[in-house]
Design a binder for this molecule. Structure first.
Ligand code: FCB
Length: 487
């Protein structure tokens, strides 16, 4: 997610092949000395024996093969081809060419010593027009992926929607149209009926905050809409689609734990003053509550409804019961805190907040503040406010654009980021929070949405000219951690 506003705008404002070559100098023997105090073996000892260390990706960001085997375009294929939407006009047409390099990439995942792989299934490969025709060749690809994971003893964590809505559905209004939630339910049913027997856990959506607010209010992600009514419609239709998919999954694959992945925001008030604290509460409602409340409490937040209830789409009787079905787990994606101050301007719309400066200059190469304690307080706040099931950290990681020099990527900032956030994760487990696993974002450098290929989040470097994969220093460190944890 790029240009993802780190300083959150008010509602009115318009927010922003070759082979695998492990790096030469960072083999296991030298790792401990190189990593200094960030000893991966000691860190591994702070996690329970059954804790899952994994890596994560998403279909459009890595697969490529956009026109192959019956896949039809998604809204991201269209959006990325519009001038000015994605940095340098990059698209996911080829990406990491993962579709054609599946076996090699599965070997790469295995070589990292991880026990879990989080990936997303591309709706436009399975039901290419969104409704109607089912594409067997698309299902075959995920058959091969799942069989490959199972053969390597790696658990499969699938996400059904990581932002690639079949483009045809835009003709009906995309996520603003209630009909899209029923189309999603059917896709979920088709995918899970065929693939569910080899999936260890499934998430309906990845980060609805991005596919709702960032895509329909701030205009940064596909379809690039900037309209509060469209955003409110997308909000309810997405929440409903989540609930309908939970029903479908429990029907066709009752043994697969179902969850939802949320990029919960750690909202920090700029000061202890009453106005800033009230602003932080409103920001919590707008950025977290509109997803957590309906799913875990069966209602939209009151302050949010007082501000926008009259512009919300029709909420039909029974919708909230569908949305609030019990989940088996939830996923936290965390990168950076959200600092907010009260926006006193009379025209400021709810939540009437402006961004506040970071606590320090520490930031990743995409400009996001590094502040690991906010991840800990976020988890504590969420478990205090909601009755949440067990949790996986489904994404966490850093953009560090350190390049390849003499066959090595010495990405110290990323390594340090992982160390800090995994330490916080271990602290949370120590306090009794039910965190069952952690997935590094990402397995490899990939198409970073509106930022295109210039922002790199991988544990593995990708040379987009040759498609060569090179494990970075952080990847070697993560391998040492995951291997030590796996015993
Ligand atoms: C998350 C997205 C993921 C990636 C990371 C950096 O919001 O889920 O696809 O873009 O940010």
């Amino acid at each position: 997610m790029t240009d993802k506003p780190t300083i959150l705008p008010t509602v009115q404002s318009e927010a922003s092949k070759a082979g695998t070559s492990p790096s030469k100098t960072l083999q296991a023997g030298t790792l401990q000395a190189k990593a200094g105090p960030q000893n991966p073996v000691l860190l591994a000892g702070r996690f329970p024996a059954d804790f899952v260390f994994g890596v994560a990706t998403a279909a459009y960001q890595i697969e490529g093969a956009a026109r192959v085997d019956g896949r039809r375009p998604s809204i991201w294929d269209a959006f990325s081809k519009m001038p000015g939407r994605v940095h340098d006009g990059d698209t996911g047409d080829i990406a990491c060419d993962h579709y054609n390099r599946l076996e090699q990439d599965l070997d790469l995942i295995q070589s990292l010593g991880v026990t879990g792989y989080r990936f997303s299934i591309a709706w436009p490969r399975i039901v290419p027009e969104g409704t109607g025709r089912i594409n067997e060749k698309g299902l075959d690809f995920y058959d091969r992926l799942l069989d490959g994971l199972n053969a390597r003893g790696i658990k499969a964590y699938a996400t059904l929607y990581h932002w690639d809505l079949p483009l045809t559905l835009m003709g009906d209004g995309g996520w603003t149209a209630r009909s899209t939630s029923y189309a999603f339910q059917r896709y979920a049913k088709v995918a899970m009926a065929r693939l569910g027997d080899r999936i260890d856990a499934v998430a309906t959506f990845n980060e609805p905050w991005c596919s709702v607010w960032l895509s329909h209010l701030y205009g940064v992600h596909a379809p690039g809409e900037r309209n509060i009514e469209a955003a409110l419609a997308a909000l309810h239709v997405t929440n409903l689609a989540h609930g309908l998919a939970v029903e479908a999954i429990r029907h066709v694959a009752p043994n697969v734990p179902v969850g939802l992945v949320l990029n919960a925001h750690s909202v920090i008030a700029a000061s202890d003053g009453a106005e800033d604290k009230a602003a932080a509460e409103r920001a919590f409602s707008f950025h977290n509550g509109v997803f957590f409340d309906p799913v875990f409490k069966g209602d939209y937040p009151q302050d949010f409804m007082a501000a926008y209830g009259d512009r919300m789409p029709v909420i039909e009787a029974g919708d909230l019961a569908i949305i609030s079905q019990r989940l088996d787990w939830w996923g936290l994606n965390y990168y950076t805190p959200m600092r907010v101050a009260h926006d006193a301007s009379p025209e400021a719309a709810f939540p009437a907040v402006t961004g506040a400066p970071p606590a320090s200059d520490a930031k990743t190469d995409i400009g996001w503040e590094i502040h690991a304690p906010a991840m800990g307080s976020l988890v504590e706040t969420l478990y205090a406010r909601y009755e949440l099931p067990q949790c996986y950290v489904t994404e966490n990681g850093a953009c560090d654009n350190t390049g390849l020099v003499d066959g090595v990527v010495d990405d110290r900032m990323r390594l340090d980021y992982y160390w800090q956030h995994l330490s916080v994760t271990a602290d949370l487990i120590g306090k009794g929070y039910p965190i069952r696993g952690y997935f590094a974002w990402s397995l490899m450098d990939n198409f970073e949405w509106a930022e295109g290929y210039r922002m790199r989040f991988g544990l593995v470097h990708v040379d987009y000219e040759t498609q060569a994969r090179t494990i970075k220093a952080s990847g070697e460190w993560y391998r040492a951690l995951a291997s030590a944890a796996a015993g």
